[in-house]
Write a protein that binds this ligand. Structure first.
Ligand SMILES: [Zn+2]
Ligand SMILES: [Zn+2]
Length: 392
């Protein structure tokens, strides 16, 4: 078992008072499960272990179980008390988060992977050949360690190459060799390892370290310059007059041009059709108000005078002293008594607008006159009828 991992296991076992064997065993008891969760979290955060690695260490559990446990811990850690507890454990363990020594000292932290039959096949297919009997010279070993250390610190192949004045390709070869050496050493200790998966794990870890460094060295984000504001969302200037001074209203037209466009007129027409009834009521109301305005009343009066009296009505009224020529009632009295202005009437022809043919009358006298005219007309008709009778 990995030294660092066993250290964590031991500590947690003591901390929670649970036997190590129980933690590694199959028990599903709540406390034991919780201890496992904590170990998973610490192995991941402190030792930078992969899920499969943790799974293997923790009683040969499936990596999905470990992943699940790690995610669960994320939720648990939102609890302030629990987080403090975990922080305390990390402190007591005396291991800094993301343990750097692990990569610096050339100690193998990855847990050897026991070969399965399937992995055997993949190993055969793999392009990388393990030269089992390769004898590593002490100087070569030191060189390999050096390369691997630089690489594990998060340097790219190119960066390692630049430091050691070697080509990128050569560094790649040396890293492979270094890993090979590590595998060989482990196999000497009687641990079987899948070289391919081991290498893959190492690469992944290196990538993680690299990403972390990258993130740490990231310059603070400079707020982006705000985009230059366009005149409208889709247009840089008015489609009709090309201005940008007037406000955009719609369809790329400014407020002066939009209301002249066919588009707007069409919209207006359609809207008017939709709201015809409403508009009719409004129009009626407005016209009523309109004709009751004094200046409009005056205007209409003049217009009527022009049409019906050739503009002589006012003159006729003036001539008659603004009073009825029969009963001499004044204009104001007429308004009070009958609710009507004085009438100016044509004596004979209604097409003759000369002053001689016009006469001022009040309502009553006007009615009387009309009755008289009608009566005389009837008389005439009667007379002519009687005449007709006699003739027969
Ligand atoms: Zn315009
Ligand atoms: Zn009168």
């Amino acid at each position: 078992m990995n030294r660092n991992f066993s250290q964590i296991l031991k500590y947690i076992s003591e901390y929670y008072g649970i036997k190590e064997a129980d933690i590694l065993g199959p028990s599903r008891e709540k406390n034991i499960k919780m201890a496992r969760f904590v170990i998973v979290y610490l192995a991941r955060e402190i030792l930078n272990f992969s899920y499969p690695e943790i799974g293997r260490e923790l009683g040969d559990r499936d990596h999905t179980t470990i992943m699940h446990a790690y995610k669960k811990m994320g939720a648990f850690l939102e609890n302030e008390n629990f987080k403090n507890e975990i922080d305390e454990i990390i402190n007591n363990l005396g291991i800094r988060k993301r343990h750097k020594n692990i990569t610096k000292n050339f100690k193998i932290t990855t847990i050897p992977i026991i070969k399965t039959k399937q992995e055997d096949i993949s190993l055969k297919k793999s392009k990388i050949k393990i030269e089992k009997d390769y004898i590593f010279d002490k100087r070569i070993i030191k060189r390999l360690e050096n390369v691997l250390n630089l690489w594990r610190e998060g340097n790219t192949l190119q960066e390692v190459g630049d430091k050691l004045k070697l080509s990128r390709e050569r560094i790649s070869q040396l890293i492979k060799k270094g890993i090979q050496y590590e595998v060989q050493q482990l196999e000497k200790d009687g641990i079987k390892i899948d070289y391919k998966e081991y290498f893959r794990n190492e690469k992944l870890k290196q990538k993680n370290t690299r990403n972390k460094i990258k993130e740490e060295n990231k310059p603070p984000e400079v707020p982006k310059k705000s985009k230059i504001k366009r005149w409208s969302e889709y247009y840089d200037f008015c489609r009709m007059c090309k201005t940008t001074d007037n406000k955009h209203i719609s369809h790329g037209y400014c407020k002066k041009c939009y209301y002249k466009t066919e588009q707007f007129k069409e919209i207006q027409r359609a809207s008017r059709l939709r709201n015809k009834e409403k508009w009719d009521i409004r129009a009626k109301k407005y016209s009523k108000e309109y004709i009751n305005r004094p200046e409009i009343k005056e205007k209409l009066k003049r217009k009527r005078d022009e049409e019906c009296y050739g503009g002589n009505r006012e003159l006729a009224l003036k001539r008659d002293g603004y009073q009825c020529t029969r009963c001499h009632i004044s204009q104001q009295e007429s308004l009070n008594k009958y609710g009507r202005d004085l009438y100016v009437v044509h004596i004979k022809s209604t097409t003759n607008h000369s002053l001689k043919n016009l006469i001022t009358l009040c309502k009553k006298c006007h009615s009387k006159r009309i009755i008289k005219i009608v009566q005389s007309k009837n008389n005439k008709i009667n007379k002519s009828d009687k005449m007709g009778d006699k003739k027969r």
